[in-house]
Design a protein around this ligand. Structure first.
Ligand SMILES: [Zn+2]
Length: 284
């Protein structure tokens, strides 16, 4: 089994979205009216090359985000708080073709960590794959309610009929709810609520190393280590970060969130999540 990273362009958001700021102003207002933009960051999607078939995790963004009228600019988040830079050749479809994988017929499953546009923008490349989405996330992201919450359900492919998943209460190390995706149990879905209420992550084990395809559990590993939640998530964010850190104490884990510019370096060096104790010591 191999794990490949695909960068489907870049996104720019506000500093206050990356890290939650303390204070009495609601986090969303801090994001909308925050003056400080963060640096441009990558938008990653993932390919798990497994003997039972190719599994894609998240689909990245589409170049259509730069076409006038595609994004709902009446929505304050899209008007004030996000910018995309995605070229047609950055999309996941053409990039898979270049790797020798035909998205039309070679991808068995697509697993969505959640349905935000920078993860769901490439769904149209997979008309013949089984698409797995958490059932409550799909509900929350659909229709007018979804649109008001910042999802773009009207941009999903018309043919989209996902397999709705409802993670059972099966413990997998520190995660309360989980489900294997492959028969050998080497690819698991785990519940990682926080960034959105029903966010899920995928853990793929290759030779004892756990590749943690984290979606948006945090934007960076630094925020994971410091247990700093993002500016839009629910109260459960910090618990999820703690669960990931505890998991990494039992298992060597390479943490791969969707927007961390240090992901390529960690993959090349097979850099696992360091023990917290070690970090505290090194600060003294
Ligand atoms: Zn997101």
């Amino acid at each position: 089994m191999n794990i490949h990273r695909i960068e489907t362009g870049r996104v720019r958001i506000k500093e206050n979205q990356i890290k939650r700021t303390k204070g009495i102003i609601p986090p969303m207002l801090n994001i909308l009216f925050g003056k400080k933009w963060a640096e441009w960051v990558p938008i990653y999607a993932w390919v798990i090359d497994h003997k039972e078939g190719v599994i894609v995790v998240d689909t990245g963004e589409t170049h259509k985000t730069s076409i006038r009228g595609y994004l709902p600019k009446w929505h304050p988040y899209y008007a004030f708080a996000v910018d995309f830079d995605v070229k047609p050749e950055d999309e996941i479809g053409p990039q898979l073709l270049k790797m020798g994988i035909n998205p039309d017929k070679d991808v068995e499953k697509v697993i969505m960590t959640h349905m935000h546009t920078d993860h769901a923008g490439g769904l149209h490349h997979f008309p013949n794959s089984e698409i797995l989405i958490d059932k409550n996330e799909f509900k929350n992201a659909s229709g007018l309610k979804g649109l008001l919450a910042g999802y773009l359900p009207h941009r999903w492919p018309k043919w989209l009929k996902p397999t709705l998943i409802d993670l059972p209460n099966d413990r997998y190390f520190t995660f309360n709810r989980s489900m294997p995706i492959t028969k050998d149990g080497k690819v698991m879905i785990v519940a990682t609520p926080g960034h959105v209420a029903n966010h899920i992550s995928v853990i793929a084990e290759v030779d004892g190393v756990h590749y943690f395809l984290a979606g948006d559990t945090s934007y960076t590993q630094e925020n994971l280590l410091n247990e700093i939640p993002d500016g839009i998530g629910t109260i459960e964010s910090v618990n999820t970060l703690k669960n990931i850190l505890s998991f990494s104490k039992f298992n060597p884990t390479i943490y791969l969130p969707s927007h961390d510019p240090l992901v390529p370096k960690r993959m090349t060096n097979k850099e696992v999540i360091p023990f917290i104790e070690k970090i505290k010591l090194s600060k003294n």
